[in-house]
Ligand binder design. Structure first.
Ligand code: UD1
Ligand code: UDP
Length: 353
């Protein structure tokens, strides 16, 4: 079997690394990097730490508005897909790279498999929501992390080729947590003590593109008083720099960190404040309470379990959530058992057209 894997943004490197490892035991994989993320700390570091083979193609699309970025991907992908003639095009998550890969493949009648299918925020203002819905509707195989995603798809009339496989990010966490513990020196080098700091990430367009919203979040962080380690996404960095914001003494803004350092920080943080999808789930797997700085989440299971509270960006709600959060005693097993990648490869083999 010949698989063409499309990646482009940070979370996709983590997801694809897990599946690639299993896939390559028996099958041929062509990796296409769209170049959506390109900074060393947003891309290269993941290929190195997670042993992902060098991409066969890098489209070097880079940053631009949605239409130009997605359009360039479409234009540059088509001849490659035609030449490679894969049995499947495999796409991950909900970025512009995901949509571009799915769209090109479906127009060329190449079967599309979508990892992390069926996730919904029900907020069509999120670019990711558009990417998810469109990708799911042109996919032939839809790999869902849990039942809720299957239910979401059913509501949209998508029932064929839908499977619950678990979450590939959980496979990655299980595989790399021990390595993170052994290799990461970040707590020492930043002089952080386990459970005596909060970890924050903020990069959602709705939270950072409007300077006032982002500054309100940062000022709220200052008011918390506790040490907050904040690895800053380049999108967010740009706005902070332009606004000339000087963070409160308790906020430590640092460059994005590699995956192993990130896992170790997530495990050792007292609490995580984030608008990231992946980080909400990783917080859950490490049993670290999570405060989600959005009005809704796709990962409702973590909220239902009591380990994640969704508070938006209003100051009082954030402050109350951080101060009052009492995690429950129970910690059910959400999103599978760490074998999502194996399940995916088996289904790709069985469903090959
Ligand atoms: C993208 C995804 C988002 C995902 C996130 C993961 C879309 C629509 N959004 O958002 O779903 O959660 O990746 O991190 O696909 N930049 C750099 N260097 C880089 C990459 C980006 O400086 O290597 C800056 C550029 O100024 C760019 C901005 O970040 O304009 C936004 O990058 P982009 O890839 O468009 O969206 P993300 O916010 O990263
Ligand atoms: N991550 C990382 N370093 C960072 C921030 C995030 O390695 O500085 C990892 C994180 O552990 C998770 C993934 O990147 O595996 C999540 O990516 P991101 O938050 O950019 O995107 P989202 O999941 O929101 O789409």
């Amino acid at each position: 079997m010949r698989i063409l894997t499309v990646v482009g943004a940070r979370p996709q490197f983590v997801k694809a690394a897990a599946v690639s490892r299993i896939l390559r035991e028996k099958h041929a994989e062509v990796i296409l990097h769209t170049g959506q993320h390109y900074d060393e700390r947003m891309s290269e570091v993941f290929f190195q730490e997670l042993d992902i083979p060098e991409p066969d193609y890098n489209l070097e699309v880079g940053s631009a508005g949605h239409s130009v970025q997605t359009g360039e991907m479409l234009i540059r992908m088509e001849p490659i897909f035609e030449r490679e003639k894969p049995d499947w095009v495999l796409v991950y998550g909900d970025t512009n790279s995901t949509l571009a890969g799915a769209l090109v493949a479906s127009k060329l009648h190449i079967p599309v498999a979508h990892v992390e299918a069926g996730l919904r925020s029900f907020n069509r203002e999120m670019p990711e929501e558009i990417n998810r819905v469109l990708t799911d509707h042109v996919s032939d195989l839809l790999f869902c992390p849990a039942q809720k995603a299957v239910d979401n798809l059913k509501l949209e009339g998508v029932t064929s080729g839908v499977y619950i496989v678990g979450d590939v990010m959980y496979d990655a966490v299980l595989r790399h947590s021990k390595r993170a513990e052994k290799k990461s020196t970040i707590l020492n080098s930043l002089k952080l003590r386990s459970k005596l700091f909060l970890l924050a990430t903020v990069h959602r367009a709705s939270n950072v593109d409007d300077t006032n919203t982002l500054l309100n979040i940062l000022e709220t962080f200052s008011m918390l008083g506790e040490t907050i380690l904040f690895p800053v996404h380049p999108r967010t960095r740009k706005v902070i720099q332009m606004a000339g914001f000087t963070p409160g003494a308790n906020i430590r803004l640092i460059e994005p960190v590699g995956y192993l350092d990130m896992l170790w920080l997530e495990k050792n943080a007292r609490m995580i404040l984030t608008d990231s999808g992946g980080v909400q789930k990783e917080a859950y797997w490490f049993g670290t309470p999570c405060v989600t700085l959005r009005e809704e989440t796709e990962w409702v299971e973590t909220v239902d379990a009591g380990w994640n509270v969704v508070v938006g960006t209003e100051r009082e709600r954030i402050l109350n959530a951080v101060r009052m959060f009492t995690p429950p005693i129970s910690h059910p097993n959400l999103f599978g058992d760490g074998t999502a990648s194996q399940n995916i490869v088996r289904l790709l083999e069985n469903e090959r057209k």
